[in-house]
Ligand binder design. Structure first.
Ligand SMILES: Cc1cc2nc3c(=O)[nH]c(=O)nc-3n(C[C@H](O)[C@H](O)[C@H](O)COP(=O)(O)OP(=O)(O)OC[C@H]3O[C@@H](n4cnc5c(N)ncnc54)[C@H](O)[C@@H]3O)c2cc1C
Length: 406
């Protein structure tokens, strides 16, 4: 019997299995994951789960019974080896899984801090639901939390920790949070947001060393100062988990290199989600996206294509974040050095930001402004220049902005 094996039972893998079945794939569908939990979504882990407001298993991708009902075999275990010629995966326990088609949805793992003392007790990372549960309890038991890294994970963890009453210091080499995505001006909104909520910000400095006897007690910074902390949460980015892809003979760069149909150079092996570096027709280059919507939608396309379809993946990158009372959505792929236009009230944290190059909008972000993301997506997707003066004018509807300049 034909067999589709999906490696990685996260959001992308689970959606690939669902989509393959929906597309009528007639053979075995096997979903292999090395976590003991059924496929779940990660965004709540740094938000409601960390604050103790949601149960850890509240974010399952599918309801109970779904996998049985759709004849999807769930296998718990880690794929440790691949025989590309025999088209066979091998689980760490030795069991073999033959495949005709495969989807690699192995995701990414947190980058580790490498400074002296990084192995001390009380130094934690956040990727899995088990990490989140451990961190939730550790935050409550700690007297001071140091968050290292002011990207999305670091910023959300700092916010959630403050919201449950922890004393929080946020340490990062950038001068504002999220600088590498949002740049200085919009990143400054997040700096003020955290400061207003009582986070102590130590920006523009790195971590030199973690000190303590057995467990962490101090964070020594590169400027010679020291911050006390009995819990350190590290959020300094992720690395795609490409080992299986490399063993299968796929080209691996920053992720598994796939074409716009999400197929790797090895026929019948696809990749989706955080691990995939996919050719993007809009950008005319390979793009790897570490966000929820990409895992959701790319997983489904990979599943349909593995089942015999031929569908390009063309969606623009999209992500969201919630910190305190600030909710935001971002669409596109801007550079912090792109020109910025703001529509609305930056200081009041209710605005839409546009990044553009010569009037061509590369990305747009809505902060506490809702139901505009479809308009923003269209403005970015056309790739045609707009009149940037009009962009800033709140009296003009966003829907009228598309291609307003020749
Ligand atoms: C705490 C947190 C909060 C987030 N919040 C947001 C947010 O607010 N907005 C947003 O847009 N995005 C957010 N994200 C990002 C989003 O969750 C990810 O982009 C998404 O989880 C990627 O899904 P994936 O299926 O590609 O990979 P993953 O979710 O990483 O799943 C991959 C799975 O494959 C397994 N695996 C890896 N190798 C093997 C192997 N050899 N054998 C078997 N199994 C293997 C892994 O253990 C894992 O279970 C957040 C991420 C985290 C961690």
């Amino acid at each position: 019997m034909a067999s589709l094996v999906i490696i990685g039972a996260g959001l992308a893998g689970a959606k690939a299995a669902e989509a393959a079945r929906d597309a009528g794939y007639p053979g075995r569908v096997v979903l292999v994951g090395d976590e003991v939990h059924r496929p779940y979504e990660r965004p709540p882990l740094s938000k409601a789960v960390l604050r103790g407001e949601a149960e850890p298993d509240s974010a399952r991708v599918h309801p109970d019974g779904f996998y049985d009902d759709h004849d999807i075999e769930l296998v718990t275990g880690r794929i440790a080896a691949v025989d590309p010629d025999a088209r066979r995966f091998e689980l760490a326990g030795g069991e073999a899984l033959a495949f005709d088609r495969a989807v690699l949805a192995t995701g990414a793992e947190p980058r580790r801090l490498t400074v002296p003392g990084a192995g001390l007790g009380g130094v934690r990372y956040l990727r899995s639901v088990d990490d989140a549960v451990g961190l939730r309890d550790a935050i409550r038991a700690s007297s001071r939390v140091a968050v290292v890294g002011a990207g999305w994970i670091g910023s959300e963890v700092a916010a959630s920790a403050r919201q449950v009453g922890a004393d929080v210091v946020l340490v990062a080499p950038s001068t504002v949070p999220l600088q590498s995505v949002l740049g200085d001006r919009v990143g400054g909104v997040f700096r003020r947001l955290h400061a207003d909520h009582g986070v102590r910000l130590r920006l523009g400095v790195g971590v030199k060393e973690l000190r303590g006897s057995g467990a962490v007690e101090e964070v020594a910074l590169t400027d010679g100062t020291v911050e006390a902390a009995d819990l350190v949460v590290v959020g300094i980015g992720v690395t795609p988990r490409t080992e299986v892809a490399a063993a299968a003979g796929a080209v691996v760069g920053d992720g598994v290199v796939v074409d716009q149909y999400l197929e790797s150079g090895v026929q019948g092996i696809y990749a989706a989600g955080d691990v995939a570096s996919a050719w993007h027709p809009h950008y005319r280059r390979n793009v790897r996206v570490e966000h929820w919507a990409n895992a959701l939608n790319q997983g489904a396309v990979a599943g349909r294509n593995a089942a015999g379809g031929h569908e390009p993946y063309e969606r623009l990158p999209y992500f969201f974040s919630d910190q305190y009372d600030l909710g935001m959505e971002y669409v596109g792929l801007g550079a912090p050095s792109d020109d910025l236009v703001v529509r609305g009230d930056l200081d009041g944290r209710e605005f839409v930001a546009f990044w553009h190059r010569d009037g061509v909008v590369t990305a747009a972000m809505a902060v506490n402004v809702w139901d505009v993301v479809d308009d923003l997506r269209e403005i970015v997707a056309t790739g045609r220049p707009v009149d940037t003066g009009r962009l800033a004018d709140e009296d003009l509807p966003l829907a009228d902005m598309v291609g307003t300049r020749d």
